[in-house]
Design a protein around this ligand. Structure first.
Ligand SMILES: [Zn+2]
Length: 378
């Protein structure tokens, strides 16, 4: 069966324009100006490619380090509400055994039970800097080591799409060079790199910066650090948690002004607490308090991952970050698709691409999400 949806603002390449999208099975088969009676008309709503969240740890009570497949399905079932149709799941620094279990759980999900496309794993640690832990547990930090890496990923090496590293700890680039040769993309993350070290890391294949501004060496006027490098290295992507808490909206504007627009990536970095009521929750042995739409390490002001949705990240990027609507939508779809190498089938509305689409009103609230051509919100 073919379904047809249209609006006056369909994101096609770099513009929003009137179009009708025909979808058959899970694929976009035609883009036209058809206005027949069988067309679902969304009027002035925006139709955009489904969002791709490449950095998230959980939500709605699911914490990836618990490695509980039923809870993961439950989490994924909520993602259409925020426009997300694809994601990488991010196990973070913990014991080798629990990282292994989390990866195992992600790689053995049954596709038909998932309400979003799990494209693989973004490993956030354990080869990170003790100086830039963020909410990570110091005890789980390891020195870069390929045999440890192999122990963690086991038989699932090919599922690892991205790995956050404190590149400065990989003195001889042995781990980085090996990962790059295995097609794993390297992100500088939880890192204390100087500007010069970041430039060296980029020369060895670092292509992305993990949540820019968070858990990285900041800008000093004589040594612009990792954050300065993130802004200045045009070939590298910058992930950003655009919730106005992890970074100020002024930093969001600075990133937008300094980076090539195709290198900005909106992420949620969300935790199990997303979608839950305010209160205290256990997160891999750490007590986390949810209040004022953010998660903090209990009794402190230290942020412990976000409760952000992708749709809200897009809204904030436009409203407070100065992004154009098109640039914000690309930062949630095309740019992450390109970084992780799925841009031949996802991230744009094109004939032959996956029919993963979201419909947003003028305040970027999700009205409908199509995953594999199926309307997910009833
Ligand atoms: Zn994270």
């Amino acid at each position: 069966m073919t379904i047809k949806i249209r609006s006056n603002k369909v994101l096609l390449e770099n513009e929003l324009r009137e179009a009708t999208i025909s979808v058959k099975e899970s694929c976009i088969v035609d883009i036209s100006d058809d206005r027949g009676t069988d067309v679902i008309d969304y009027g002035d709503a925006i139709i955009a490619p489904g969002f791709i969240d490449i950095h998230t740890h959980g939500g709605y009570g699911c914490e990836i380090m618990e490695a509980d497949r039923l809870k993961i399905y439950q989490w994924l079932s909520h993602l259409p509400k925020e426009g997300t149709t694809s994601l990488l799941i991010s196990p973070y620094s913990s014991s080798v055994l629990s990282m292994r279990k989390a990866i195992d759980a992600i790689c053995t999900l049954e596709e038909k039970r998932c309400c979003a496309d799990v494209l693989g794993v973004y490993l956030e640690g354990p080869f990170i800097s003790k100086r830039q832990l963020g909410a990570m547990n110091e005890k789980s930090v390891l020195a870069p080591d390929i045999s440890k890496w192999q122990e963690i990923v086991g038989q699932h090496e090919r599922a690892i799409k991205l790995c956050a590293l404190a590149c400065e700890a990989d003195f001889d680039f042995a781990l980085m060079d090996t990962l790059v040769s295995k097609q794993v993309k390297i992100a500088g993350g939880h890192t204390d790199m100087t500007y010069a070290q970041a430039c060296n890391a980029a020369a060895h294949g670092m292509i992305d910066f993990t949540h820019c501004g968070n858990a990285m060496r900041g800008i000093h006027h004589r040594e612009v650090g990792t954050l300065g490098a993130a802004m200045l290295l045009d070939d590298c992507y910058c992930e950003v948690i655009a919730d106005g808490k992890h970074v100020s909206f002024e930093l969001l504007r600075l990133l937008y002004k300094t980076k090539p627009k195709d290198k900005l990536i909106l992420i949620t970095d969300s935790l199990s607490a997303k979608g839950l009521a305010e209160g205290d929750y256990q997160m891999d042995g750490i007590l986390v308090t949810v209040k004022n739409k953010a998660a903090y390490i209990h009794g402190t002001n230290q942020l412990a991952g976000s409760t952000l949705s992708m749709a809200q990240a897009v809204a904030n990027a436009v409203q407070y970050g100065g992004f154009t609507v098109v640039d914000a939508l690309h930062a949630a779809s095309l740019n992450p698709a390109t970084l992780i190498g799925v841009h031949n089938k996802k991230g744009q509305i094109r004939v032959g691409f996956n029919a993963d689409l979201c419909v947003l009103d003028s305040a970027f609230q999700i009205q409908q999400t199509y995953y594999k051509g199926k309307a997910m919100i009833s």
